[in-house]
Ligand binder design. Structure first.
Ligand code: GDP
Length: 531
């Protein structure tokens, strides 16, 4: 049972993940968010494109080289008496599994779309991951200071490609050189844009009541005024009504417009977001929903990352606090192992320094040193409790490769490295059915993860590998007690096992999967690994 202070702290929390296609402006928008609150805490590594805060870890080089965000980080800031946690997600689809895990830790998502491009390939894939959780999705259409697509077309694009209804909260007046500002529908006023703000918080925002026709005309001119009036009539007639319940159920996305670079529309977005987004939501444990306020401390691990900082060579488990208050002085229980201990130096990480914290609340993200006991999806709670959050499902890998070591003398480092990276969930490793670790098969969801594996083994473990691609695309765990040696498959089938000796089958096509099930009575195959 939480005390008053804890309840008040939790009520202030809003935790969201930010998703976009690379280059839509996620980093710029995040930076502007931080301008409003000043960063309080920054957990994990922040990509250092435009920021001065460079992530120090070696393996982040891969990200810099490719210009994609591989890893996720968490940031915290205060705004309008709220405490906001932002979870960054990798923009590239090959890391959608990582995005999925991050989304598990968020209560809502903010989707950034480039106004000149509309919905792009990766937004689509990441969005799909989002809808699997039915969390509220807020859309920020960015780069209005550049020539944009027609606004109705943008709405249609979102509805057609993402299958979610849109409800514009505000509406752009022109774009590019003719960008005059936005019209706020509920307030019935316009907010004028002046390109002189240079992206600082101090930039002036000029609000004009839309009923004050002469002032409006003065600001935006006759053409823009007429166009806006027409568009509003159309929108009021045909667009979806705002419905907070539908927003919270993830069926309707409120849409906002602006320019992150020019810092226009960002504050308005944040202000509205805080009104609409939910507080930390209750999470399911068994057949119970754990109330974030009523229940004592509990959290789950959604991400594990090793060697984030080359100087420390450690492993950090990122946890999302789901209920109560975390107190560094108290012992907690790791539910999966049954062990009780004090979390070692719980921290929120600044870009290159680590801040030890003494307390945190439901909705917050903390990073703790992992002595090697945490797995993704694990729960921690108070010793007296028995909370066990639903695990985070593992995506079925779609690409497989055999890994060979160049220098066989470095066997130990190789095995350690590859196991470590697999524990972080970036790759899945398997063995030939009849052998030990000498033959390792790696499965990944996105092929870029092969590159990450190669890069990290080289950089963190000084091990060179050769990856030999395998033609398999389908993986199935054997859930029945079928005797593997007598199992009759198709000629393209391969028997393997995971690191827990559970048998699996690899196939080249779906036909072979069906055929194998038909040929073996009682054989039960599943696409997902049960944790
Ligand atoms: P991310 O890959 O989604 O994180 O995108 P970034 O925030 O790094 O932005 C990609 C590029 O677009 C950078 O060059 C930004 O300066 C630029 N950019 C971001 N927001 C805006 C905007 O509102 N207007 C314009 N003109 N450029 C922007």
């Amino acid at each position: 049972m939480s005390d008053k202070k804890t309840a008040a702290e939790i009520a202030k929390r809003r935790t969201f993940a930010i998703i976009s296609h690379p280059d839509a402006g996620k980093t710029t928008l995040t930076e502007k968010f931080l301008l409003y609150g000043g960063v309080i805490n920054q957990a994990g590594s922040v990509k250092g494109k435009a920021t001065a805060k460079h992530a120090v870890s070696d393996w982040m080089e891969i990200e810099k080289q490719r210009g994609i965000s591989v890893t996720s980080s968490a940031l915290q800031f205060n705004f309008e008496d709220h405490c906001i946690n932002i979870l960054d997600t990798p923009g590239h689809q090959d890391f959608s599994e990582d995005t999925y895990r991050t989304l598990m830790a968020a209560d809502s998502a903010v989707m950034v779309i480039d106004a000149s491009k509309g919905v792009e390939a990766q937004t689509k894939k990441l969005f799909k991951v989002c809808t699997m959780r039915h969390i509220p999705i807020f859309t920020f259409i960015n780069k209005l200071d550049r020539d944009a697509k027609d606004t109705f077309d943008l709405m249609q694009d979102i509805e057609d490609n993402l299958g979610i209804e849109t409800c514009p909260v505000n509406w752009p007046i022109g774009s590019g050189k003719n960008f005059k500002g936005i019209y706020e529908r509920k307030e019935n006023r316009i907010v004028t844009f002046s390109g002189t703000e240079k992206g600082t918080k101090e930039g002036e925002e000029n609000f004009i009541d839309f009923n004050n026709e002469s002032a409006v005309l003065d600001q935006i001119g006759e053409d823009a005024y007429e166009k806006l009036q027409e568009e509003m009539e159309l929108l009021d007639g045909a667009g979806a009504q705002f419905d907070l319940d539908a927003v919270r159920a993830g069926q309707l996305t409120p849409v906002f417009f602006g320019s992150a670079l020019q810092n226009f529309g960002v504050e308005i977005f944040l202000h509205n977001f805080l009104q609409m987004a939910t507080l930390p939501t209750g999470r399911v444990s068994g057949d119970e929903v754990i109330d974030p306020v009523e229940h004592d401390f509990s959290a789950f691990v959604f991400k594990i990352q090793a060697n984030m900082d080359a100087r420390h060579r450690d492993r950090i488990a990122f946890m999302r606090i789901c209920s109560g208050r975390y107190d560094a002085d108290k012992e907690i229980k790791h539910v999966q192992s049954g062990r009780t201990f004090r979390l070692s130096q719980p921290q929120q990480l600044m870009a290159d320094e680590r801040k030890i914290l003494s307390e945190a609340y439901a909705g917050d993200i903390i990073g703790v040193f992992d002595p090697g006991i945490f797995s993704i999806g694990d729960t921690v709670c108070m010793p007296k409790d028995n909370v066990k959050y639903e695990g985070i499902p593992t995506f079925a890998p779609e690409h497989f490769a055999r890994v060979r070591q160049v220098d066989t003398m470095k066997r130990k480092q190789f095995v350690k490295g590859i196991q470590q990276i697999a524990q972080e969930g970036a790759i899945q490793i398997f063995q030939e059915f009849n052998t030990g670790l000498e033959e390792i098969i790696v499965g990944v969801v996105g092929i870029l993860q092969f590159d990450v594996l190669k890069f990290r083994l080289k950089n963190e473990y000084n091990v060179d590998i050769i990856l030999e691609n395998l033609p398999y695309e389908y993986i199935r765990w054997v859930d029945s007690d079928t005797d593997m040696s007598s199992l009759v498959g198709t000629s393209d089938m391969k028997k393997i096992k995971d690191m827990n000796d559970r048998p699996l089958l690899l196939f080249i096509n779906e036909w072979s999967v069906d055929m194998t099930v038909k040929r073996n009575e009682g054989l039960v195959l599943s696409e997902f690994r049960k944790n």
